[in-house]
Write a protein that binds this ligand. Structure first.
Ligand code: GLA
Length: 749
């Protein structure tokens, strides 16, 4: 049991040897957070870490007490975790301890809220603390689960109105975390379309700082996650917190430094444009937040989140299965394809060793461009005269899987669906609806709409042997409103929209459990922990340029595992940047993800086809490492002038690894350089084989794990020196866009 309760001291201690959380009932019945972070001995009281003679805020207004559930109006003027409006309009509630339960395992969140789970009760323990505000009759349950094998606590909050009068939930954060000092840097993951999740790192300053989304989805501007690191923390060592929210809708993730130099972090559904009335008997549950702590550096923090998200957030048969190498036709054809063209592309894909063909946008309605037919999920027989079924069967007869693209939450005004049901598109009656990409968002807060789309999509999918679905979402929500809710409940709209989307995912994954779902939202605008419960991988970004992808995949990897990051090789000049990176460089970047290609192989040279064949073989031979190995970041593309990046994957038993070093531009007379790697066995010898391109590798050399992790791998001059590198007297390997992959295998005996 990883949760201890001491009735004498009224303290709970959640512990697993890697982290500790100590909570206590304060003298006034509030719940204090006495400690969170480093593992502490179980047994002693830690009451002294809280205020020594705490008796509420009487005459002590502003005292920096650490609380598990901060509320406003009672002397703590920092950002609250919970704001509830009573029937008289006041916003003062005072949740006091009633009782608690310690449960083996981890009960599921109610309804369709995504959350981590256990397969065996021994994997986690759960503490449920019941609180009550007597005047309103509001009951609150704080739920904290600690995992046995990861330094991670999952938290959510459940609210129920037991009183007679209605209350309105104005703010309900999934988690707050009070830390005793402010000596932290805050990292958030921000950007825009085609440059998603770039880490933004700054020291905390007094006041509030953070990110959020009011777009109706988690968005590409900011990610629902944050990291706190000590200023000296590096990838390899030091204290840090990694916090993610399992939610795909509007969110807030922020830190506040108070006047006494304490830090409060909070993460949850964004309180703006949110209000949730609770009539007597009604309840509300927040999404789940995951809080990871380690003193072993940022890569270790990421590793623990990766482990949990890929094995205990993701579900279904694809969770642990090898993900197929795919060919997607989007950048290869856009809307300009027909049955024969697709079959020719699929044949070439098969010939290169790929495993799945994905037919992207344009197969339904009369969709020759992005201005029509979303909502009409009926195959376009002009392009596909044999139907989806005929195409799928022909592709599958080649020995490939077959997948399709859908965008089920959307409708074009130029569609049969919109003409029949204009009121199903989100909008405020009497106001113009804002279009984006000539499309509107369907009202997924309306169960009738979800039901209709579910039947249409199920019919389309069931009509053909489909193995994979790419689920897109190509605009944000404007004019939020649903006619299905009364005026006083419109504050529920965004939350209910998101639940409607989860409902459709649930329907489709239940009906078609064998299908691999990949989420997408104009690339990476819905890349969050919540969506992974249904779609274990996501299209990381519409930007397929390999140089840009180094940054995008680096930033994404802080919270999310490689198995969740769709990454494709596309043609050059790159369609987003015009850059001409080499085919080897493009593949060496995309391999650190759920790998595929997105180009037209029938337009490629024989040489390039042969190279791709070797790339696919290289990847599939090491797929378990790339998809399920430990991912360690070595050199950041955000450091210096960004010319270099290095990262690696290692097997948990340190018997195998692949290390990648990327150099964007070559500069003459490079400095001598060795790359220090991690994750190996220092006592072991490794056979090291370097691929500079996917032709013949360089001769294998043997090096010690100790040497590789202290002195490093030779980058300049390369170790071993490739044939011809010094043919004209130069010892460096020349050329821009150079990627080196080092295959490391432990030498037995
Ligand atoms: C979005 C996706 C792309 C592609 C197009 C199709 O932009 O991110 O990958 O599927 O839609 O319209």
């Amino acid at each position: 049991m990883t949760i201890a309760w001491n009735p004498e001291t009224q303290e709970w201690h959640l512990h697993n040897g890697r982290t500790s959380w100590v909570l206590g009932v304060l003298p006034n019945g509030w719940i204090g957070l006495l400690h969170a972070g480093a593992p502490l001995a179980v047994g002693p009281s830690y009451a002294h870490l809280g205020p020594s003679d705490f008796a509420g805020f009487d005459n002590r207004v502003g005292e920096p007490v650490a609380l598990a559930l901060p509320v406003p109006g009672l002397g703590d003027f920092r950002v609250p975790g919970l704001v509830v409006e009573a029937a008289d309009g006041s916003q003062v509630v005072e949740p006091r301890y009633v009782t608690h339960r310690i449960l083996p395992g981890k009960p599921p969140l109610p309804g369709l809220l995504p959350g981590t789970y256990v397969e065996d009760d021994a994997e986690a323990d759960t503490l449920e603390i019941d609180l009550r505000d007597e005047p309103t009759g509001l009951a609150i349950t704080l739920t904290l689960s600690i995992f046995r094998d990861q330094p991670i606590v999952a938290r959510s909050v459940h609210l129920k109105n037991f009183g007679g009068a209605k209350v309105v939930v104005r703010t309900a954060m999934s988690a707050t975390l009070d830390l005793p000092d402010d000596d932290w840097n805050l990292l958030t993951f921000s950007g825009a379309w085609a440059r998603e999740r770039f880490p933004v790192d700054r020291p905390l300053v007094p006041g509030r700082q953070g990110v959020g989304s009011l777009r109706g989805g988690s968005g590409n501007e900011h990610n629902p996650s944050l990291v706190l690191r000590r200023p000296a923390t590096t990838e390899a060592a030091g204290d840090c917190w990694g916090i993610v929210l399992a939610w795909s809708g509007n969110f807030l993730a922020e830190a506040e430094v108070g006047p006494f130099g304490t830090t409060r972090v909070r993460i949850g559904v964004h309180p703006d444009q949110f209000a949730w009335p609770l009539e007597a008997g009604e309840s509300f549950t927040t999404p789940e937040a995951l809080l990871a702590w380690t003193d072993a550096g940022l890569s270790a923090m990421s590793e623990s989140l990766h482990e949990l998200l890929r094995h205990r957030m993701a579900r279904g048969p694809w969770r642990d299965a090898p993900r197929p190498v795919l060919l997607n036709n989007w950048e290869g054809t856009y809307f300009d394809f027909d049955h024969d063209r697709i079959v020719a592309m699929a044949r070439a894909a098969k010939d290169m060793g790929m495993e799945l063909f994905v037919l992207d946008d344009g197969w339904f309605g009369r969709r020759d461009s992005d201005d029509r037919s979303l909502g009409d999920w009926v195959v376009d027989r002009r392009k596909l005269p044999h139907g989806l079924d005929g195409l799928a069967r022909e592709v599958k007869s080649l020995g490939l899987g077959f997948g399709v693209w859908i965008e089920p939450e959307m409708v074009n005004p130029d569609s049969d669906l919109f003409r029949a049901h204009p009121d199903w598109a989100i909008g405020v009656p009497g106001r113009k609806r804002t279009e984006s990409r000539q499309q509107l968002v369907l009202d997924f807060a309306n169960p009738v709409v979800v039901e209709h789309i579910a039947s249409a999509i199920i019919e389309a999918i069931a009509s053909a042997p489909i193995d994979y679905i790419k689920w897109d979402w190509n605009r944000f929500i404007t004019e939020p409103f649903t006619p299905t809710l009364p005026p006083e409940r419109q504050g529920e709209f965004f939350y209910r929209y998101n639940l409607g989307m989860y409902e459709l995912y649930e329907r489709l994954t239940t009906r078609f459990p064998h299908i691999l779902f990949e989420s997408c939202a104009s690339g990476g605008a819905r890349f969050d922990a919540g969506i992974l419960a249904w779609a274990p991988q996501a299209w990381t970004s519409d930007d397929t340029d390999a140089v840009e992808r180094l940054k995008i995949q680096w930033g994404t990897s802080f919270a999310y595992p490689l198995s969740s990051m769709g990454a494709h090789v596309s043609a050059v000049p790159n369609h987003q940047t015009g850059r001409l990176a080499s085919l080897d460089f493009r593949a060496a970047v995309a391999m650190f993800g759920a790998f595929g290609y997105e180009l037209n192989p029938t337009a490629m040279s024989e040489d390039d086809l042969a190279t791709v064949r070797r790339q696919v073989a290289f990847y599939t031979e090491r797929r378990d490492l790339f998809q399920y190995g430990r991912f360690l970041r070595l050199r950041s593309p955000f450091d210096g002038d960004g010319n270099e990046t290095a990262w690696m994957v290692a097997s948990p038993d340190a018997s195998r690894a692949v290390v990648a070093h990327y150099r964007v531009l070559h500069r003459p007379w490079p400095h001598r350089d060795r790359l220090v790697v991690r994750g190996l066995d220092p006592a072991a010898r490794y056979a090291v084989t370097c691929w500079d391109g996917f032709g013949a590798p360089m001769p294998t050399v043997e090096r010690g794990g100790d040497e590789l992790m202290t002195v490093g791998l030779g980058i300049e001059p390369p170790d071993p020196m490739p044939a011809g590198a010094d043919a004209d007297g130069h010892r460096e390997v020349r050329g821009d866009f150079r990627a080196r992959l080092f295959d490391l295998r432990k030498v037995e005996g």
